[in-house]
Ligand binder design. Structure first.
Ligand SMILES: Cc1cc2nc3c(=O)[nH]c(=O)nc-3n(C[C@H](O)[C@H](O)[C@H](O)COP(=O)(O)O)c2cc1C
Length: 229
């Protein structure tokens, strides 16, 4: 769907803006690249590292026909198949790097109705919950470089991504972040993850793309991967 007919998250969630300001989230449109404190590039070319792509993504329907606006906002259709926006970016990275993929999923299914999902996500954030995950990565020690992708939820990481980061040992690994969003880009998530993983090298050159810009994802992700080395 085109950007002109989509609502931005900010207009949808206007009432939450005051809270977001208090949390220190950035609303400024600017360079997509983050300004985290780690190196901009990984220490070896991507094709020379053992790489895993992990992501969390919640497409709000699996039916490509007659989508509501909320469903269109949360999805990207490729060859008739409905993908979440973050899932689409993960698949582009997979295709470009030949990496393995691990999808972060909650043990309990999530509601697909947009309003219900928003309410649940906010409740989990306010309670600082760690929703239980369906599975852990069984062989994390086999990878040097781990991509972690997520949608911005309420100006932050979805709480299942906190569970994921805390229940794995990323010591000594390169961590490369990517997000999709409805207006808030990466928010403060690069700093949050850098602080959470002091024994990892969190690459500062994180990627983000708006849900309104998904038709350009292939080209933008390719440029970004090239810039990582
Ligand atoms: C519960 C929920 C909260 C959201 N909060 C934000 C937000 O605070 N800022 C923002 O820019 N986008 C927000 N969005 C929009 C998503 O980040 C955006 O649609 C994203 O591309 C969804 O990715 P996915 O399809 O991979 O799940 C929110 C979406 C949901 C469902």
């Amino acid at each position: 769907m085109t950007g002109t007919t989509r609502r931005t998250f900010l207009s949808l969630a206007g009432a939450a803006l005051a809270g977001a300001g208090a949390a220190g989230c950035s609303m400024i449109e600017g360079d997509d690249k983050s300004t985290g404190s780690g190196p901009a590039k990984i220490d070896r070319p991507l094709n020379k590292t053992r790489t895993l792509v992990t992501y969390f993504s919640v497409p709000e329907t699996d039916d490509p026909n007659n989508m509501t606006e909320d469903e269109e906002n949360s999805t990207h259709v490729v060859g008739g198949k409905v993908l979440g926006n973050t899932q689409h970016v993960a698949q582009i990275i997979e295709k470009r790097t030949g990496a393995e993929v691990f999808r972060i999923e909650t043990a309990e299914g999530l509601p697909l109705d947009h309003g219900t999902l928003e309410d649940l996500a906010l409740e989990q954030q306010e309670a600082n919950e760690r929703p239980k995950l369906k599975a852990s990565i069984p062989n994390l020690e086999e990878y040097d470089t781990v991509f972690v992708g997520y949608p911005i939820w309420w100006y932050d990481l979805p709480m299942p991504v906190y569970t994921f980061l805390e229940q794995h040992d990323f010591t000594g690994k390169n961590i490369i972040l990517f997000s999709t969003h409805g207006g808030n880009r990466l928010g403060e998530t690069v700093g949050v993850i850098t602080d959470k993983l002091p024994e990892s090298t969190v690459i500062s050159n994180a990627f983000t793309i708006s849900r309104d810009d998904m038709e350009n994802a292939e080209a933008e992700v390719s440029d970004w991967l090239d810039s990582l080395g």
